[in-house]
Design a protein around this ligand. Structure first.
Ligand code: SAJ
Length: 417
């Protein structure tokens, strides 16, 4: 079956690029978002997020009438759910957005439709979508993973996104995809939908397997980054340059240690491992420890900062970069924000934060005494110590002369590089 009209629920970092790329391939796409401002901006052809080339693709799709945004779903042949799945304060998955999206599409679902969950979810969440829909639409038969061959009216699958912020449009098309169905036909049907855009291979499996695959990818990266960060925790107090250790160890043919840093941020790697831990709290000591090692880095960086001679003499501190990685505007779960908070907990020196991608400090920092958003020039002129937190291109251009006489902590190893 060829899909002529697709409804994408959630127009964020994943949903909007997905909607725009599907639309660019001639499919009529209705994008749905609860935020009227997001809807308005997309209908004006202007994406509300920063991602290379996205503005061009969105503008093209909207001006040709292939992509239209609204606040409520409409009848379509396929529904792709790409809403946030955050965690609660005690690291448990919060499925309220997924449930709200399911509730929103239920009234417009009809026989032979397809529902795809793209959001990263804990194991069992795709099945839960089926159970919610069964309650809401008793007139339709939904697939039962315990009896995947039983006939059903609507197909449901999980096809987790794997795109890297900063390379989303490229990776959306080129990456392989794992597609897990609740019923045997559900994954095949989803493959047909994605084959309009995906050039990579598509690997079909069950929904529960696909859920754990996606979580495993991000937990794997988190554990590996934690290893690098733990080495940094060992090397730094010994006065050993951890990046030299890693560079030299990586000459071994079977060793590939990642880069230490101020911690792990973003809405994916810092969150998804907890979804595995929530499912199996007693069987995930490694995954939980890795999270704690990475979450402990901001405090370690703050300790080092507080011990700098200039800082002990009361000098102002320039903290460069707040986003969770270079050259993007995403501050979610950013360890750089936590470093500033941790420094403030320890000392009262003036802190000048430089982040070229934001107009104002985020809430947790805005309320702190003597912490302000500054320009790079002003921060370098006033500070006695500089802490590089995010390796934005603009910071890599800072010269040795500009840093002369200052105490430096380079959490990314960027200036040495
Ligand atoms: N980081 C390090 N050291 C490293 C690599 C990364 O400290 O050696 C830090 C970064 O600075 C950043 C965090 O880890 O704070 C995560 O950055 P990232 O570039 O590794 O990944 P994300 O979160 O931007 O995107 C990840 C990707 N997952 C994997 O690489 C396994 C992406 O493919 C997923 O689609 C995305 O999560 C997601 O949405 O799940």
């Amino acid at each position: 079956m060829a899909f002529k009209h697709v409804c994408v629920i959630g127009l964020g970092y994943v949903g909007l690029p997905t909607a725009a790329v599907l639309a660019s391939r001639g499919i009529r796409v209705t994008g749905v978002d609860v935020n009227p401002k997001t809807v308005e901006s997309i209908n004006a052809g202007k994406p509300h997020i920063i991602e290379p080339d996205l503005d061009m693709v969105v503008h093209g799709a909207v001006s040709k009438g292939q992509l239209q945004a609204r606040t409520e779903p409409v009848e379509a042949e396929a529904f792709i759910i790409a809403v946030p799945t955050p965690f609660t304060d005690d690291h448990k998955p919060d499925l309220s957005y997924l449930q709200a999206a399911t509730n929103a599409i239920a009234p417009v679902l009809k026989k032979d439709d397809l529902v795809v969950v793209e959001s990263t979810v804990p194991v069992g969440a795709t099945r839960q979508v089926g159970l919610w829909l069964t309650e809401l639409r008793s007139d339709l038969v939904f697939p039962d993973p315990a009896a995947p061959d039983t006939p059903h009216d609507v197909c449901i699958a999980h096809s987790p996104e794997r795109v890297l912020p900063g390379r989303v449009l490229l990776e959306l098309v080129r990456n392989d995809r794992v597609i897990g169905g609740l019923g045997h036909d559900c994954a095949k049907c989803t493959k047909t939908l994605y084959s309009t855009v995906v050039e990579g291979d598509m690997h079909l499996t069950t929904a529960a397997t696909a859920e754990l695959v996606k979580l495993s990818e991000n937990a794997y990266r988190d554990v590996n980054i934690a290893f690098a960060n733990e080495l940094a925790n060992v090397a730094e107090p010994l006065g050993i340059e951890v990046r030299d250790v890693i560079r030299l160890a990586n000459y071994h043919p079977r060793v590939k240690i990642l880069n230490p840093g101020p911690g792990v941020g973003g809405h994916c790697i810092a969150v998804d491992p907890w979804f595995i831990a929530a499912t199996a709290p007693d069987r995930t000591p490694l995954i939980q420890t890795a999270r704690r090692v990475n979450d402990g880095r901001p405090a370690a960086i703050a300790e080092q900062t507080a011990a700098l001679p200039s800082v002990q003499s009361g000098a102002a501190i320039a903290c460069l970069g707040l986003s969770y990685k270079a050259d993007i505007d995403d501050l979610r779960e950013s360890p750089s924000v936590h470093v500033v908070e941790e420094i403030r907990k320890r000392i009262s020196n003036t802190i000048l934060v430089v982040e070229p991608h934001v107009d104002a400090l985020p809430d947790p920092l805005a309320i702190l005494a003597d912490v302000s958003l500054s320009t790079l020039d002003e921060a370098l002129a006033k500070a006695g110590a500089v802490v590089l937190l995010t390796d934005h291109k603009v910071f890599l251009e800072i010269t040795g002369e500009q840093l002369a006489g200052m105490d430096i902590i380079d959490t990314r190893g960027a200036w040495k590089r």
